[in-house]
Design a protein around this ligand. Structure first.
Ligand SMILES: Cc1cc2nc3c(=O)[nH]c(=O)nc-3n(C[C@H](O)[C@H](O)[C@H](O)COP(=O)(O)O)c2cc1C
Length: 203
């Protein structure tokens, strides 16, 4: 089983989502022998934003690309290949300014590719990634689930991966992390309990 592990927090060792996504992956490895993990740290090794240069690189034959265009094309190809190859994807998605980190959006822009991960048909769009499981570690300073303030965070990710055909999407949440030590500690231990007791209950 191939598992793609994505971190996107800019907070390094102080990151709640990094701590929890790491625990998801470790627990997964313990529950299912033979899990092969590919790791991407989008904060330490950011993918450039999808731009006109990305489009030009994609539309230029490999033998005609300059070094910068080849670099752009390689970034896209590698991110896409890792995502397509994965049976499961664990994504740490902190909330920054009511949405996901810009680094995570830059990755999404490389893996949402017409003809590869979705396609348009006469009947409408069709996701091509059915069968993958996605676990999203969702962290936030406040409380946004079910609120208008949360639509560009968890709801957006649900729409995006749903569009790619993925229906098995599970959220591990630690919210209200800015509401003081007591709330933070409880949110983190509830998330850890979710990981150890519920996430792999059927495995
Ligand atoms: C740049 C930045 C923007 C943030 N914006 C929000 C926000 O809009 N709403 C919110 O509830 N929390 C916000 N937070 C708090 C984070 O969601 C919270 O610190 C969470 O722990 C981030 O996960 P991380 O520790 O893995 O980075 C923000 C934090 C940062 C650093």
């Amino acid at each position: 089983m191939k598992l793609l592990h994505i971190d996107s927090s800019i907070l390094g060792d102080n990151s709640a989502s990094r701590q929890l996504s790491g625990e998801v992956v470790k627990t997964w490895q313990a529950a299912e022998p033979g899990v092969v993990v590919t790791y991407r740290d989008l904060a330490a090794d950011a993918i450039s934003h999808f731009s006109a240069s990305t489009l030009v690189a994609a539309g230029t034959a490999a033998e005609l690309r300059n070094a910068a265009q080849q670099h752009e094309a390689d970034l896209s190809a590698q991110a896409l290949a890792e995502f397509i190859a994965a049976d499961a994807v664990v994504i740490a998605a902190p909330m920054y300014n009511f949405t996901i980190p810009t680094q995570l959006k830059a990755w999404i822009d490389r893996i949402a590719v017409a003809g590869q991960t979705f396609r348009y048909t006469e009947a409408g769009p069709e996701g091509l990634c059915g069968g993958k499981k996605v676990v999203i570690v969702s962290t936030s300073g406040g409380l946004h689930v079910g609120q208008a303030t949360g639509v560009a965070h968890e709801d957006y990710l649900k729409v995006l991966f749903g569009f790619l055909g993925i229906t098995d999407i599970e959220f591990v949440r630690a919210h209200g992390l800015a509401y003081g030590d007591e709330v933070r500690t409880k949110a983190m231990s509830d998330a850890q309990a979710h990981i150890s007791e519920q996430l792999f209950a059927a495995a």
